[in-house]
Design a protein around this ligand. Sequence first.
Ligand code: NAG
Ligand code: NAG
Ligand code: NAG
Length: 406
Amino acid sequence: MRRKRSDELPRYVSDHESASFQWPRRSRLFAALGVLILLYLFVLRPSGPRDDDPNILRINWSNYAYSLYATDSATLCHAVLVFDALARYGSRADRVLFYPDYWDTRIRDSKDRDSQLLVMARDKYNVKLQPGKLLSVEGRAGEERSYTGTWDKSVTKFMAFSLAYYDRVIALDSDITLLQSLDELFLLPPTPIAMPRAYWYDTRPWPLTSLLMVIKPSLEEFDNFKKMLVGGASDELVRANVYDMELVNERFADSAMVLPHRPYSLLSGEFRRHNHSAYLGSSSETWDANKVYKEAKLVHFSDWPLPKPWIMWPQEGLAEIQPDCEGSKEGGCREREIWKGLYSDFRQRRKDVCRYLSVPAPEWWRIKGDGGKTAASMNETQGTHHEAPHAEVEPAQGDQTVVHET
Ligand SMILES: *[C@@H]1O[C@H](CO)[C@@H](O)[C@H](O)[C@H]1NC(C)=O
Ligand SMILES: *[C@@H]1O[C@H](CO)[C@@H](O)[C@H](O)[C@H]1NC(C)=O
Ligand SMILES: *[C@@H]1O[C@H](CO)[C@@H](O)[C@H](O)[C@H]1NC(C)=O
């Protein structure tokens, strides 16, 4: 059928107007514009969220918190570094720090770093300070399962379960670098706990890693965990500082929500590996160090037997362990740059924020000789008890943003 031309369409004309009257072109344009404006105003206008609109997710960030813990000066500094990162990334949730109740916030002199850092956490990063008795577990070994006198304090992370006035808490270790905020994890569907898997394990299924735990705080769970600690644990687990991981797997292996380890728990050692299929979750995807680094949100330092980043590298150890760039002796590769960059960034922030320098390097032959697995070499490469040299100046308090009421 032939489509009618517009001048053949019926026209609406008033009595006293001639049959040939047409709205002037310009008026028609204005009328059309008017309709569009009305449509915009009443239907499409992007209005601010209305309180009664069920389609709008209203987030009350004070129901969520990040939880870190400090057992000594080094872990205090590293927890502050995580809070500093969260502040830089504009995270909106609360921040909570557990630490021993015999510490105080009275700065006695310029060397009193612990108090300085606690005050900085409270005033500069709005951290809610939670002094208390920390959790620990003692090792037991032998036929009699007698107590061995070795202690693991990393179970202190379970204190996060006691924060029952929050809907959800993200508990983190502090031997990490946060590369992005994790705020989106507060909005996961309800679950008692969400954790990534330890993708670096050989055994399948990979266990869950307690490096990052998105938990629903519960005093009942907290009491259960505390009870488990009283009886001690296998000395082997205690020495390796993995008892906390053992416990969460025992309790939640079958009920936890599994977070993708990519991008929530990348190991620094991934950049030294030759086979990346475990991290990538695919054997066909091509490894791209830049891409992996860019998408990662949390990097855990793990290059055993090389020391953790607060301890300096023995030079021979570095030469032996660093990413080998496919064997090329000259020049470098992106893997090595990124890997070294992660360490130097951590050390720089430790110096800038905490005014701590690195602990002197242990002797390589000693830590390498025994495979790094004995208590002594664990202490030398992973330990946080070492006295670290102070950088000249005090922690920068000058740029505090919070003004105190007197
Ligand atoms: C957010 O939650 C806190 C704690 O539950 C509550 O005190 C506060 O009134 C809430 N704020 C809003 C705007 O709902
Ligand atoms: C890489 O590791 C996976 C297991 O994680 C294995 O199935 C695969 O064969 C390995 N690829 C190569 C090239 O060795
Ligand atoms: C670890 O080593 C440091 C320094 O060598 C020492 O002061 C500390 O007591 C050791 N700690 C443990 C638990 O062995």
